[in-house]
Design a protein around this ligand. Structure first.
Ligand code: CA
Length: 228
């Protein structure tokens, strides 16, 4: 079955680039250029995925996201020219599944679309909360607690930790982790190493008290949690 993607973007150039890219990749694309017509298409065309710009005339992307989330759990990716982390967190907390900052490469656009579609249909997605003796993660509310205390994570750190705990006790390869977190397998090994170290710092991992994230040399990482 053809996957239908709704693109809501007022800039004609970006809109046609997205449309052409997705159509070449075999998606059916419905295009809208402002909030109200986007919302109408959302109802009428019943897309499998929504891509929308944050800055739209009449009704902006955040308002549109709220209204869509009231009625639907379908994957939504925000397109944004605002690259500060706060806006990203706002998007993810507001119920967006991912964001893509403009300008973007078409390969990245496709990879992100595939990743959210895969996540939204995967069986691992059904668990809404993970909890063990040390850590609690609310995947929908995007909240993390370490020994009961709230922990502030960036979106990348959250995605990385979520992937690890959803596969607790399983070794996750570097390729698999970078693909899940960044939507691409190439060139992100260093990034991954950096984010693992951020996470460990925030989780006080390796401090002697905890040993939560285990490095499997030459292969990847494993979440061991309190069982390890
Ligand atoms: Ca715009």
């Amino acid at each position: 079955m053809t996957v239908a993607v709704l693109i809501i973007e007022d800039e004609a150039e970006v809109r046609s680039l997205v449309q052409a890219t997705l159509e070449r990749a075999g998606y059916r694309v419905i295009a809208a250029e402002d909030g109200p017509s986007g919302f109408r298409s959302f109802y009428e065309a019943r897309p499998d995925l929504v891509l929308m710009d944050v800055r739209l005339p009449v009704m902006d992307g955040w308002a549109l996201l709220d209204r869509m989330r009231e009625v639907s759990e379908i994957p939504i990716i925000m397109l944004t020219a605002l690259t500060t982390e706060n806006d990203t967190v706002r998007g993810l907390k507001g119920g967006a599944d991912d964001y893509i900052s403009k300008p973007f490469r078409t390969a990245e656009l496709l990879a992100r679309c595939e990743a959210v579609l895969r996540r939204s249909s995967g069986p691992a997605n059904r668990e809404l909360v993970f909890e063990d003796a040390i850590l609690k993660m609310d995947f929908q509310g995007l909240e993390v607690r370490l020994e009961g205390r709230p922990l502030a994570l960036s979106p990348q750190e959250f995605r990385l930790l979520a992937t690890l705990v959803r596969n607790a006790d399983r070794v996750m390869s570097v390729a698999k982790l970078t693909e899940t977190v960044w939507g691409s397998e190439s060139g992100n090994r260093e990034n991954l190493r950096m984010y693992i170290s951020y996470l460990r710092k925030k989780l006080k991992d390796g401090s002697g008290r905890f040993n939560i994230i285990e490095t499997i040399r030459g292969f990847g990482y494993r979440y061991r949690g309190s069982g390890g």
